[in-house]
Design a protein around this ligand. Structure first.
Ligand code: ADP
Length: 324
């Protein structure tokens, strides 16, 4: 069964429809089965990997397979002790708490989570009428699923509270093609085999990108009164959204040019790049860099980001001058 999420995406709600990540699916199915047989809550799970690889989808599938409600929150939106305390207090036995971007939680909130994860206890200091009083409440057993794009930013004490840690990998072209074919089936727009492959190749190993590119191609097809996405339509789409053969957008090329021309190929720190490009650090770390690292165009060194020989070769094809 696939849930159709109106304004956003097509999200599988069963393992069978979740393409790829075979080892992770196999492991998770075993843990789920074992927890069900023991009649216990599932152990806490940490999922890490780049944006759009399916962490939220997997968390929802796990909840669905366990047959329990999932509470979804974002680490960045939990600021006060009271925020996390009221969420924890609202969880019923066996339910799942999914915290996306868990690396963005503050130290104080993390500490509340340690107790909740380990002993199912809610221990915090609450402020009532300006008086500080400690809370100590027994919580029902529940499962925390944390997701992060930045495993390095998770503190060791928090990480050690997760007994299951899984890395979500980038997808192969044939897996992305299957995801595109599924989208085409659900959205009732036929796509030719070679056209689907073309989109898969430029999807940067990421299902979210594959689905978004498929939707753009569908727009171009529909605008031409066509219900079939052909290779030609995909080519037109890529030309219009300026996506090159390697799956690079103008903004990625801008990043590479910044390293080359502004900093004369020397290692550059993240903050400096962000400042020079006028781009958010988060976007640089989560959108530009993972793919550029993967295709071996840049390197992360202790002294900063550098272009690799392959990156430099590519820039030569883009007519980069030293003071461009
Ligand atoms: P993340 O939480 O890692 O950022 P999501 O779970 O939101 O990623 O996935 C992004 C989109 O890609 C969703 O629409 C989801 O349905 C789709 N998707 C991700 N992984 C898969 C997969 N393995 N099979 C099918 N669709 C997937």
């Amino acid at each position: 069964m696939i849930e159709q999420d109106d304004n956003f995406s097509l999200r599988p709600i069963k393992f069978e429809n979740f393409i790829g990540q075979e080892k992770i699916k196999k492991n998770l199915k075993i843990y789920i089965e074992a927890a069900k047989n023991r009649n216990e809550s599932l152990d806490h799970i940490l999922l890490f990997g780049s944006p759009g690889l399916g962490k939220t989808t997997l968390a929802k599938i796990i909840a669905n397979e366990m047959n329990y409600k999932i509470h979804i929150i974002n680490g960045a939106s939990i600021e006060k002790q009271g925020d996390i305390a009221s969420i924890l207090a609202s969880i019923n036995p066996g339910e799942i708490l999914f915290i996306d971007e868990i690396h963005r939680l503050s130290k104080t909130i993390e500490e509340i989570l340690y107790h909740a994860m380990e002993d199912f206890k809610l221990i915090s200091l609450s402020k009532n009428n300006n008086e500080v009083s400690p809370i100590n409440i027994q919580l029902p057993p529940f499962t925390l699923i944390g997701a992060t794009t930045n495993i390095g930013a998770i503190s060791t004490p928090l990480k050690s509270r997760f007994s299951i840690i899984e890395k979500i990998n980038f997808y192969e072209t044939n897996e992305l093609k299957k995801i595109i074919m599924n989208a085409s089936y659900i959205l009732k727009t036929t796509i030719n085999d070679d056209a689907a492959k073309m989109i898969a190749i430029r999807s940067r190993g990421t299902p979210r990108t594959a689905i978004n590119l498929f939707k753009r191609a569908r727009d171009f097809a529909n605008a031409n009164n066509s219900l079939i996405i052909t290779k030609k339509i995909v080519e037109t789409t890529f030309a219009n959204i300026k996506l090159n053969k390697l799956g690079l957008y103008d903004s990625d090329i801008e990043y590479l040019k910044t390293l080359a021309s502004r900093f004369h190929y020397k290692p550059v720190g993240l903050k400096t790049i962000s400042h020079a490009m006028g781009e958010d650090i988060k976007n640089i770390e989560e959108i530009y860099e993972p793919y550029l690292l993967r295709i071996n165009f840049i390197d992360k060194t202790p002294r900063g980001r550098t272009l690799t020989d392959k990156g430099i070769e590519f820039l030569k094809t883009q007519n980069i001058k030293d003071n461009d």
